[in-house]
Design a protein around this ligand. Structure first.
Ligand code: NDP
Length: 512
């Protein structure tokens, strides 16, 4: 008996797919392919073939495409906002912030890439290079891999693609399997703005797809957990390719007695609850000086109680959206339950909200101690533990008592005291009387210390990481041989020693 076409179709292995869910409703909204290693290889090969012509366009040529992207972001804000909201669960307002970042970033890198990667002449006093021209210059890495998380489907995914492209690289982006649709929309945008074929591709898939990408690219930008980041960095180390890592955080907020408490409460509310706390730079714990502790807790309690939790249907309809990733509900619940069991008080919330979706009630915790999971581990949820401290010294000591070092905030009307405290905090960024605002100053590098990562996003470091640096030394008018050249001659070395003595023989401040 011969098999029919439909029998064969039934027996053929089904291509692996990933189902994408709307976390606010639980509804499956789309399926995307789970790319195999061979399919990732194909994308990288296409990118490698396209990259030299892309690099040859130069900064101005590439900037033209980035400006078209900027226009596309503006023209398609509503559609893109809906897409981010639908697959991530964040409010429409917060999704729009991501789109605004797309506008800013495409404009910023179009303007600054050439400046940050321009040839740089340097001078040297060294007697060994007198009269030489010294230049530092940059070349694109080739094919860059970007591996992104689910919390910011645009900002922490295509957001990093933009500077990599501006530097002259081709890019393959592996978004989280939880939120791949925004990245696919970015591929559609690249087509619409006429980006040359192969210069940008999206590799949808699971962790294995990401691991396959790490094997093939010439440099990597990774955003996600410290656990996976360390694995990825180890493999990049074995392959000796540059890697930049933006990982977790447990960002402290220090509120001193002289702070503008109302502003501190409002801004901390946003920095803790933005994206339902699913932000690596969200405020995760607060230390308040004793004299203002009660007043600050009252201000925060009022604000937490007023938050509207639920699916956003338009601007200003919800303050706290759904958690995106199913395991987050367990992590957040565990941190709250353990804290309460050990004596803390959930002044507001404390539970999963009943009904469809993955909503967690905004939870303010008091009576916490430094050893609780809610004060030590990344919660990544809509909770905020607040602790009373005796003074600024105690606050700094507790703030630094963590494996992480991403961001910190200090609140005081005495800004010079704030700046002094900032210097004692182990964090890649410190804001004084503010939080998160630094992310929108793309001139300012943003990166973590300790377990929060390596390298930086934004600023000149945020694009130089996507380039190979080359130092060029040019000798235009050289002698027939160098003083230190062979065969060695005593009189030449005596002269060299004298020259070094003349130039460097009188160091100041050698006492003490
Ligand atoms: P991961 O670090 O596991 O995921 C980040 C990205 O890496 C995703 O695209 C993921 O793919 C991919 N990935 C997973 N395994 C590998 C691998 N072996 N090689 C290459 N890429 C891989 O984070 P989770 O999504 O599991 O979240 C866990 C925790 O991380 C959260 O609870 C939160 O605390 C923190 N987090 C921090 C973020 C930040 O902004 N720094 C963002 C998101 C989470 P896939 O999703 O398909 O598995």
């Amino acid at each position: 008996m011969t098999a029919t076409t439909s029998d064969k179709a039934a027996k053929a292995p089904k291509p692996a797919v990933i189902q994408v869910e709307n976390p606010s409703t639980g509804e499956i909204i789309q399926e995307v392919p789970d790319l195999t290693e061979a399919q990732v290889t194909e994308l990288v090969e296409r990118a490698r073939a396209a990259q030299p012509d892309w690099a040859a366009l130069g900064f101005d040529g590439r900037a033209r495409y980035l400006k078209r992207m900027q226009k596309w972001f503006l023209d398609n804000t509503e559609r893109l906002t809906r897409q981010i909201h639908e697959e991530n669960g964040k409010s429409i307002d917060e999704a729009t912030i991501e789109v605004m970042y797309g506008v800013l970033a495409s404009s910023f890198w179009a303007k600054h890439a050439g400046k940050y990667l321009a040839d740089e002449k340097v001078s040297s006093r060294s007697p060994f290079v007198l009269g030489r021209k010294l230049v530092i210059r940059y070349e694109p890495l080739g094919v860059v891999g970007v591996i992104g998380p689910w919390n910011n489907p645009l900002l922490n995914n295509f957001g990093d693609v933009i500077p990599a492209l501006a530097a002259g690289n081709a890019v393959v982006l592996k978004p989280s399997e939880v939120t791949p649709l925004t990245s696919l929309l970015m591929a559609e945008m690249c087509l619409a703005v006429g980006l040359p074929e192969g210069v940008f591709a999206v590799a949808t898939g699971s962790g294995a797809t990401g691991a396959a990408l790490v094997e093939q690219v010439d440099g990597l930008m990774f955003t996600g957990s410290t656990r996976t980041g360390k694995k990825v960095a180890a493999r990049c180390g074995e392959r000796l390719i540059p890697v930049s890592l933006e990982l977790g955080g447990k960002d402290p907020v220090i509120v001193l007695a002289d702070a503008d408490l109302e502003r501190a409460a409002n801004v901390t509310l946003f920095s803790a609850m933005h994206n339902s706390g699913q932000t690596c730079t969200s405020s995760e714990r607060v230390y308040v000086e004793a004299p203002v502790y009660d007043e600050f807790v009252t201000l925060m309690t009022d604000r937490f109680k007023a938050l509207r939790v639920g699916e956003s249907t338009g601007f200003g309809t919800s303050d706290s959206g759904s958690l995106t990733f199913p395991p987050q509900l367990d992590i957040v619940s565990r941190h709250v339950d353990e804290a309460v069991k050990d004596g803390a008080t959930a002044v507001t919330g404390g539970r999963v909200k009943a009904g469809a979706g993955r909503f967690f009630e905004p939870t303010l915790l008091t009576g916490v101690t430094q050893d609780m999971a809610c004060m030590r581990e990344e919660t990544f949820g809509p909770t905020l533990p607040i602790m009373k401290v005796a003074d600024a010294d105690e606050a700094v000591r507790l703030a630094n008592d963590t494996a992480y070092g991403l961001q910190a905030a200090v609140w005081t009307k005495d800004t010079s005291k704030g700046e002094q405290l900032a210097r004692r905090l182990q964090a890649g960024t410190v804001t004084i009387n503010d939080a998160l605002a630094n992310y929108f100053a793309l001139e300012l590098p943003m990166g973590g210390w300790k377990d929060s990562g390596l390298g930086a996003r934004h600023g000149k470091d945020g694009i130089r990481k996507f380039a190979n640096r080359q130092s060029v030394l040019v000798t235009r008018f050289g002698m027939k041989n160098e003083l230190h050249g062979m065969p060695f001659k005593a009189k030449n070395f005596n002269a060299l020693q004298k020259l070094v003595g003349t130039l460097y023989g009188h160091p100041r401040d050698t006492k003490g």
